[in-house]
Structure formats: structure tokens, C-alpha cells
Design a protein around this ligand. Sequence first.
Ligand code: NAX
Ligand code: K
Length: 504
Amino acid sequence: MSHEILTPTEMGEADRLAIAAGPFDGMGLMRRAGAAVAAAVLERFGGAEAADILCGPGNNGGDGYVVARLLHEAGVPVRVWSLGAPRQGSDAAIAAAECPVTPKPLSDFAPAPASVVVDALFGAGLSKALDGDAAAAIERCSRAGAPVVAVDLPSGVSGASGKVLGAAPRATMTVTFFRRKPGHLLYPGRALCGETIVADIGIGAAVLETIRPACFQNVPALWRERFPRPGAASHKYARGHVGVLSGGPTSTGAARLSAMAAARAGAGAVTLLSPGGALQVNAAHLTSIMLRRADTAGEIAQWLDERRPGALVAGPGLGLQDEVGDMLLSLAGIDGGELGNVVFDADALTHLSRRREEFLAAFQMPGTPQRVLTPHEGEFARVFPELLADDGLSKLDRARRAAALTGGTVILKGPDTVIAGPDGRAAINANAAPWLATAGSGDVLAGICAGLLAQGMPPFEAACAAAWLHGEAGSRFGPGLIAEDLPGLLPPILREISDLPEGR
Ligand SMILES: NC(=O)C1=CN([C@@H]2O[C@H](COP(=O)(O)OP(=O)(O)OC[C@H]3O[C@@H](n4cnc5c(N)ncnc54)[C@H](O)[C@@H]3O)[C@@H](O)[C@H]2O)[C@@H](O)CC1
Ligand SMILES: [K+]
């Protein structure tokens, strides 16, 4: 599967490079784009009484005129509704001239439930909120309940952010070209696209060598080459050691979930560092996970010095007391030789929001551990309120800015989790299920990530793999999922990743 995601600007560049390289000119690409949409309409909605094609003034409308011509030639009764004539001399104007169906004004469009609507009003060129005749037509379309096939994107959905500008139809199917755009994967755009088909319109993958996209759909091909595989002679500590900080006697479960997930993700050894008061309750629930008493920052530091673990999970159930904040701050600035990576999750993110400048200063010190931050939207809003307040930023932009600010990898969680690295790379996750929104689910994600980090997987790849594994486990289990189920769901998925052929 091709997993690069192109911004609308990068897609425009892909079009230009493809036209320059040949064999297709702009009109050739448009004909192929229209043909792909017409084929999808015929395959899926061949039984519709008629097709209503809504055409905008740009090249998205141009695709619409091609679709209208091809459906007409296939014997489908076609009506064309135009928002405005294409610019003279443009490819869209040529496509309109080649279309044998005379367009009527979009303001007269009245959808019929038994017809299929092809939405070709705006695509990559959407530059402002939909209003006037376009918004009114979409509103009528939604009320009539006719199925909608969107060309490139449902008109009104920003390809860059997935946000709705003004109005957008809920499509049953979206046919886009060459590669997906962020708006196909980020909500609310993702929900409005329906099933998304990526059509080959004759743009060669070679254009990607020039464009060098930095955003990807999170699929195993993105990280499986870096996925840890234990050698036959590995001993347990060589397979990675994870430490997990436990909270006090009444909040120990979250850390144990992380610990179990780290172990299932393949860490050879996992140690729970527990305050004395919580030692008994932790001991009563642990078998293969090791337990070590650590009441103070000093005792934690001593264990790190002795064991030099690859990763530490800090945050689940840890507590919001000031001394916990002090301890986390000291961990952020510790020598990276003593502790390779820290996953800051849950309560650690609250401490980060309270003492942000101190943490950011610690993160900037050379030689400190690499970090992965795992905020959900609420935690993100507390740590980075200025990024959330900026309406111009997409979820993708926000995760990238947070990664740049902290010099770490950010997993911005949600139904469309975004993973961003400090080098600008980003991935959007698309395999999560709604059942994952359950207490303790995030603790498991943090644990999986730490388990992979401790085995030497680089932070961006480990974060992507953790989000994907977590999503896959939740989707496969389905309804009734609780966080305790997740670690035990990992082994068959891990086996499948090891068995995948190269390039998948
Ligand atoms: N050679 C190419 O560039 C190809 C382009 N293709 C199609 O071309 C589309 C992009 O075409 P365009 O760049 O012409 O852009 P659009 O057709 O999406 O938009 C056309 C123009 O409408 C105006 N506009 C934007 N938002 C508006 C709003 N809310 N209300 C009123 N006017 C608005 C803008 O001036 C914009 O340039 C793609 O989505 C795809 O469907 C395909 O045919 C494949 C080849
Ligand atoms: K469209």
C-alpha cells in the first residue's frame, strides 16, 4: 500500500511534475481522474435512476464534466448543475465543451432520492468557506438523502486539515487521486469522505523523490524494518528493560497496565518502581513483572544508575503532588546513558503543563533521554493552549509544533491519532476503533511504546508502531473491550508483523 500523504500543495506539485515528465498532459490527467470516478459510480451505483453532477468553476468541476460525459455515454440519464463556467482556455473548459449534457444553474438543483449525486464543486483548490449557491445545494442534497460520490474530497472539506469550511456533504464514497490527503484521514473530514478510493491517474511514484513527503498513513510498512526482532541468543536484559513508576496504594492499576503492555510488546524485563506503601498491593498482582521499592527521586535515580533501562513509563496513576513534579523534572534532565527514553503520559503531562518552561529547558539540555509525549486532546490543551487556540492549525500541525517545541515525539491521541517527530515527520493513524476509548487504554499505549523503545526502536517508529498495534488490538477485539484485554491481544498481531512480506 502506498502510504505517503500529500498536502493539497504537494498534490499540485505532483500534477505539475507528472505533466512535465509525461506522457499525460493536464487534460490527460483530468480525463483519467473523471474516468476513475465514473467507473466507481457505475460499479457502486449502477442501478441509480439518474446522476446529478455538481460542477464547480475549477478543475474539480472539470473532473465532473468528464464524469458526466462518460456516464451519459454509458446510458445513465445525466443532469449537470454548474456553479459557474470554467475559465476560458482551462482544462476544465475543454472538459465542459466535450460534455454533451447542457449544464443548468446550480441554484436550480433539486436532488431526487433515487439518483446519485457526484460532488465536483471544489477539491484541492478550496480556499474559503462554502456559501451561497454551493452551500445551499449541499444543504438540499443532505436533506434529500441521495447517495453522494465526492470527487477528490467532499466539497467544503479542507484537504490540508479535514476541517469543514462552511458546509460539506456526507459522501458515501470519495474518489481521490494518486495519494490520500490529510483531510481524508483527519476528522471530521474522514467521516464525511465515506469509503475512500485512491485512483491511479497516471502520475508516477517517481515524483515523490522530488516532493519528499513528510506525512504518512500509519501502516506497518512505515516502521517494520525497525521493528525489534530478538536474536536466538538474546538474554532477557538484552531484549530491553523497562521501568514503570507506580502511584500510591490506591492508584497502582494504571502502572501495572503499562508494565504488562511493555512486557507483551517484547521487553525482556519490566520493573515496577513502587512507593513502600503500595508495595503489598503491587506484589499481590504481579508475577513476571519485577517489583522494586522506590519512595524518593533519589531511590529511583539509584535504580536507574544500577540498571540503565532502555525506557521508563512516567505518569499513569502517578499523582499530582509537587514532589512528583520535582521527580519528573529531574528525570527529564537525567543523563541519557542512565536512561534511554522516557514516555511522559497522563499525570506527567499535567506536571508538564504546570511547569512547562522548566520542562522545556530540561528537554533542551544535551545528552538527556529521548522522550515520547502521549497527550489526548484534553491534556494537549493544558500543555499547549496556544496551539489549540490557533484556528489555522490542523491536528497534524499541532502535533508537529508540539514535537518541535519539546524536541520529542508526540502521540496526539484520538480517533485520528497523529504521531509527530521533532524532525518534521508525521503519521496519521487510521486503524483505531471506538472501543479503545476506555479507562486505562492510554496506559497500555504508553507501555507498548516503552516496550518497543527499550528494544532499541527509534522513538518516531516506536510511537507509530505502538499506536498501530494498540489500534489493531482494539479493532480486533471489538465491543466489550476493557484495557486489561489489550496486552493479551498483542501476540498474534506481533507474529503477523514478523511474518509480513517485505514492503507491506
Ligand atoms: N492537473 C491537475 O491539476 C489535476 C487536477 N485535478 C482536479 O483538480 C482539482 C483542483 O482543481 P483547482 O485547483 O482548479 O481547484 P478547485 O476546482 O478545487 O477550485 C477552483 C477554484 O474555486 C475557487 N474557490 C475555492 N474555494 C471557493 C469557495 N468556497 N467558493 C467559491 N469559490 C471558491 C478558487 O479560486 C479555486 O481556484 C482537484 O481537486 C482534482 O479534482 C484532476 O483533474 C487531476 C489533474
Ligand atoms: K468535490
